[in-house]
Design a protein around this ligand. Sequence first.
Ligand code: UT7
Length: 336
Amino acid sequence: MFNSKITGLGFYVPDNVVTNDDLSKKMDTNDAWIQERTGIKERRHVVKGDGDTTTTMGVKAAQIAIDRSGIDKNDIDFIVFATLSPDYYFPGPGVLVQRDLGIKTVGALDVRNQCSGFVYALSVADQYIKTGMYKNVLVIGSELHSHGLDMTTRGRGVSVIFGDGAGAAIVSREEDTTKGILSTHLHSEGQHAEELSLIAPGMGKRWVNDILEDNDPNDESYFPYMNGQFVFKNAVVRFSEVIVEGLKANNLEAKDIDMLVPHQANLRISQFIQKKFGLSDDQVFNNIMKYGNTTAASIPIALTEAWEMGKIKSGDLIVLAAFGSGFTWGSVIIRW
Ligand code: UT7
């Protein structure tokens, strides 16, 4: 058995900064409400027509991660792409990355686990590497939310939260089994699937043909729905559980954490977790203030920024944790 190690990180966000005041010109909201409830000051939105898509942002983040890892792009053995906002209904963005990076015909897998997507994707990469099947796996989390949000007062409970961006990691074989990804822990509870969901277009409740036939401007089923308070309550419980589970599996305690990088769902959720585990400000990384909630991209963007700022050093214990639609949640324990 080998271990797997993150050897390169990169992120990309579009240049276009959208402030809370900008949103208040489109819907009945305000800077005070958004900051108080979520901690978000601004987020990035792709400008329509400028060429950025979930895939292209993922490719830009991946290129940085590849360069930093020092591998040749043709040393990549497998691609795992996590998103809830793919360019196409099918095929998924994994194959588009293989094409756009111009790499050989390696396998490409798409992960559909929303806010937990990057944690799930990292777990997949980790298992392939641990068993010896692959040496270098490219893992991407990327989202283009802004073109699919209800930017009217009707959608304000959801649309002020989400932002666009991408993050990527190269996960490589590590011979030293005391270093790298120590363990991953994944969960789901489909009972609450519809509490944070986008129902249409789908082949279940809202068929594509129905939508075309009805052409109903009041149809909200193709905008994301979130039962905010219910999601919040579940998030704080599941975040805590899965962090404890990961620490216990490695005979570690909260005081051993050098850096917790939580999925950037809501600053209040991160602060709750920080308090619960008695962590200092230096032990938790947050950047939701600048980028909003970028679902599958949020952890790799935050991890990259923390690393770029010198907040992650060799030998540190890094904990990643996520919760989101599904419900799905998970954690990753890393000895850097
Ligand atoms: O990343 C995946 C996981 N997602 C999460 O973890 C998100 C979890 N949930 C949350 O972060 C919070 O529930 C929200 C930020 C979404 C909402 O905050 P809240 O404190 O739960 O507010 P609320 O939904 O209970 O709404 C409170 C009030 C309502 O008005 P009334 O009924 O009290 O008059 C809303 O209509 O705030 C109103 N409201 C807004 N007002 C201004 C909802 N959205 C907005 C808005 N601007 N954007």
